[in-house]
Design a protein around this ligand. Sequence first.
Ligand code: DMJ
Length: 636
Amino acid sequence: MVFRKLPGVSASGMGLRLSQKFVFLLFLSGLVTLCFGALFFLPDSVRLKRIFLSKTETQPVTVGSGSENDAREHLKRPKEQGMTPAKGESSTKLKSLIRKPSVSHEATEERLAGGKAQEDFTLPRLITESASMKASSSDHPDTFSYNKFKGCLLKPPLGRDGGQTSDPTTNERREKVKEMMKFAWDNYKRYAWGKNELRPLTKNGHIGNMFGGLKGASIIDSLDTLYIMGLMEEYNDAKEWVQTSLDLNSNGEASLFEVNIRYVGGLLSAYYLTGEEFYKKKVVELGEKLLPAFNTPTGIPRGVINLGSGTSWSWGWASAGSSILAEFGTLHLEFIHLSELSRNPIFTEKVMNIRKVLNKIEKPHGLYPNFLSPVSGNWVQHHVSIGGLGDSFYEYLIKSYLMSDKSDDDAKKMYYGALEAIEANLVQKSPGGLTYMAEWRGGILDHKMGHLACFSGGMIGIGADDGEPEKRQHYLDLAAEITHTCHESYTRSATKLGPEAFRFDSGGEATATRLNDRYYILRPEVIESYMYMWRLTHDPKYREWGWEAVQALEQHCRVESGFSGIRDVYTLTASHDNMQQSFFLSETLKYLYLLFSDDDLLSLEDWVFNTEAHPLPIIRRSCLEDPAPQDKTVSE
Ligand code: DMJ
């Protein structure tokens, strides 16, 4: 190879004198010091900081469904031109708690029963009016009549007797789950009040970086669970915190998906269960803060948003600045309700546009890949998964249909179309006879099923009845088979808890073959499917399987000050991850409680659960638009 001499530069020492070299070295060392110092100002999750600085605050595992292998923890700085980097979390302080008169179930129910038809209201409906109605929610004060909504429910939300069954063993199990919730809550309250999650081993709080400086994720995620369990003192504490201390004026980097499913979902459910107006006000205000994420050439939102400045960007780990299917596809239920409550159609328009983009684009073999460019509207990679990165997109299609009182035909068509493609390309049977959902990478199957994918038993179950008549039994059978496989992933471990991912290759079946797939972080998906399958079939095995999970959680995850995830489900010498995830309170314990309750506690005839298990009512348009709705609520 020939080295050419640069003009004016001598070959020896690039023509620098000793003093020049010294100045250059000084400048270089200054630069290095500056860069290293800057690491201290980066958010906790940034990879460089995790590499160079102490690891004590880093999370060993991933959380939500849009994430894979710790991906979601890596919030990246804005990359796109013209975007200002966010400043990090706001320094919101927990305000002092002022005691308010507490609310009991009875009081709330009584208040709701009174004044039903007398209220002056504008009819709520599924908003589809033109964009000329676009306005801030404050221009449409109080247009939703809560009492009217209540009159349209077929069953009382809490059932006839709070959902208590006539079977003493089931009731005892239900009480046990309630005790677990109280224990988890009390410890959160004691050691982590106002923080996002409890660290039960170190007995402190965790803020994390998924919620853009919003605090109290465990409180918001627990509101409805505490309420349906009748833990009213605890519910009142939570409610009071929301009233006095939930500060939405944060200025940090948030996951649009996580804020939506936990905060928007949690506040919506709290509103629909209790009728407390401040929940509605807060949730609409928060919803408006999420809207700038949709300002992209296609209207497909980016994954990360600064709640203060409204700048948004894509996850640094998502290929080529793409948005994630499970993230932009998991907004529909909440956004429809935001329009319903605010009477502002903008929320509905945003999610309807996502549908439009998805309907227009070519789908490989009818499948929906996990990565889509918000700029071009094209798929970025052909990775398809019913687990992480894809999961709740499918869930929200069937639930959108059900929540629309079966009027959203578009969602129905998309759901059954997607399910057909999934069955044709992803569903597999192992040599040992277990049915599972593989992942698809550009036509090549990866015989792995994530814990996250285990929600699909329940999803296929609730959608079975609305499929083609000749396919209904088949769907119910498929749902049962998948739930059985997921149960197997639990029974084949020493702890009787399931791993983060299990495989069907190298001779193994339904077991984790890789070291970093062996953890369990208190996830709900397997129990979620037990709950749905119980309601659909009343096969007692689902309650038994749920009880096995309760015992395993008690034995391996309960520690002195809360519940913790474990690092290896295959060993009995527990290594705890020191994290009580907020979804444990919102989902895992709620689904267990529902499993041991009567079907009329949050009846599936009236409610759909968002992907964080927050119940949202079915919008029964025919009833809501009836000028004089009859009280269809069954007396308690
Ligand atoms: C929850 O936050 C939601 O269920 C989400 O859809 C995926 N997973 C976590 C719990 O595992």
